[in-house]
Design a protein around this ligand. Structure first.
Ligand code: GLY
Ligand code: MN
Ligand code: MN
Length: 464
């Protein structure tokens, strides 16, 4: 193993400001969970031969306590202390990867109690809990009490990761700022772009230039009704709306998640503007209401009612907004939930199913208008959530709904034809819950239709 002084220094620099937070997170875990815990970082996945791997990024639970995205590593946490397990690379690896800091140097920078090779894990494995999803990793245990213990560990980690410390908030804020710039670049690139791919490139260029990565696969498409559309070949035509859901992730792994929808020409048509303003009203109402103690599910229902009110006003829905929401009529056009937790992952901690998103004892509803709600907890200070209402015309939902005749008293299907260019529209921001209300971490990116139009009409140079 070749280790240079310079590499070790840069490692120390990376962790210098984070170290007190890492120590505090380990202590906080010990207060909630007294048995020992083992967390596995993960390993790179080979594409065709071992050295050609998909990009590696450590598990978020590992990152939260370790601070570094190390492959093939485990951490043992007990009584607030961290022990690191990883092998030193083969000396021949330096030819391909350059000099790397030693296990000891990494452990010191992390503030670890001790560091051992992976083979020594065996001694620690039997009595330690690990997360349910890591049972098949090198940490898998035969301990018969492990399912209950593992569940208790997951619950303790959720309790910590729901509420962000200042280091986490600083990183999320940095990611958010870069995502804002990326969206600005995407808007400015649209006037000369002929395909979605060029707008995506302009956006991701900003993220890469800041030495960040995308927190998830970008969605940049004139077919926003395909909720997770991830192809970029589509041509852009005058009259199209372009939906861009693009977010940066910092080197330390903290995410952001922004969606804006803009007209390719820089001018919303009147029907597009009507729907845009309705979705914006839902977005703004939720942000105005977000504060500690408010149920996220109630924010979702507020968004649904606001959308229903607006759609009644423009003659697309018929009836009383409250009744329409009771019947899940809003779900025909807004089939997903209002948003989710944000942190080290977009959809933070969803590797644990609904354990983080749903308060203890709560279960997903089977109602069509609520079943995709990913977050059903009271809001509390230091949580970060997304607020992302939308309007979509999904043929797979609307065609059978129309054919069934079941919604003829509630939907003006003829009027809907006048909104055909609004295929998919979403406005998404990242919101920190503060002690008295909330702060929109992505507020530097405008939401007002006029401001969006002005940014799309700007040139790429003036956007940088
Ligand atoms: N970017 C994925 C989402 O907004 O949920
Ligand atoms: Mn989101
Ligand atoms: Mn998103």
């Amino acid at each position: 193993m070749i280790s240079t002084e310079k590499d070790t220094q840069s490692l120390e620099l990376q962790l210098e400001s984070l170290a007190p937070y890492l120590a505090q997170r380990r202590q906080n875990l010990a207060q909630r969970f007294s048995p020992a815990a083992l967390l596995w970082s993960g390993q790179p996945v080979a594409r065709n031969f071992p050295a050609n791997t998909y990009p590696f990024r450590a598990s978020s639970h590992f990152l939260y306590f370790a601070g570094l995205s190390l492959p093939h590593a485990a951490i043992h946490l007990e009584a607030g202390q961290l022990t690191l397990f990883m092998d030193d690379p083969d000396p021949g690896d330096a030819l391909w990867h350059g000099p790397t800091p030693s296990r000891e140097a990494i452990a010191t920078a992390m503030g670890a109690l001790a560091a051992y090779p992976l083979a020594d894990l065996e001694r620690y494995r039997q009595n330690a809990a690990t997360l349910p999803g890591q049972a098949n990793s090198p940490l898998g245990s035969d301990n018969p009490s492990s399912p209950a213990l593992n569940q208790a560990l997951a619950e303790a980690i959720v309790e910590l990761r729901l509420y962000h410390d200042d280091a986490a908030l600083g990183a999320i804020t940095q990611a958010a700022a870069v995502s804002v710039q990326a969206h600005r670049a995407g808007m400015a690139a649209t006037s000369t772009a002929t395909a979605a791919a060029q707008v995506r490139a302009a956006m991701e260029q900003v993220i890469l230039a800041h030495n960040m990565t995308c927190a998830y696969n970008s969605i940049v498409t004139p077919h926003g009704e395909v909720l997770h559309h991830q192809q970029y070949h589509q041509a852009l035509h005058p009259g199209d709306l372009l939906l861009a859901d693009v977010g940066a992730e910092t080197v330390s792994g903290w995410a952001s998640d922004i969606t804006r929808t803009w007209p390719v020409t820089g001018h919303f048509s009147p029907p597009q503007r009507d729907i845009y303003d309705i979705v914006l009203a839902a977005h703004d109402a939720c942000i105005a209401a977000a504060k500690p103690g408010v149920e996220y599910r109630d924010l979702h229902l507020l968004a649904c009612r606001t959308l229903a009110e607006g759609l009644v006003e423009v003659g697309l829905l018929k009836g009383h907004p409250e009744d329409l929401v009771e019947r899940d009529v809003h779900g025909l056009f807004f089939p997903h939930g209002l948003g989710h937790l944000l942190g080290l992952d977009v959809h933070d901690m969803e590797d644990l199913g609904d354990l983080a998103g749903y308060a203890p004892g709560r279960r997903r509803s089977d109602r069509f208008g609520l079943c995709f709600l990913r977050l059903d907890r009271p809001l509390a200070a230091q949580m970060v959530v997304t607020i992302e209402p939308g309007f979509y015309q999904v043929p797979g939902i609307l065609t059978p709904a129309r054919r069934s005749g079941q919604f003829d008293d509630a939907v003006n299907w003829e009027r809907l034809a006048q909104f055909q260019t609004v295929r998919g529209l979403r406005i998404e921001d990242d919101v920190l819950i503060t002690p008295t209300g909330c702060e929109v971490l992505t507020a530097a990116l405008p939401t007002q239709a006029n401001a969006i139009e002005a940014w799309v009409q700007s040139t790429p140079d003036s956007a940088s």
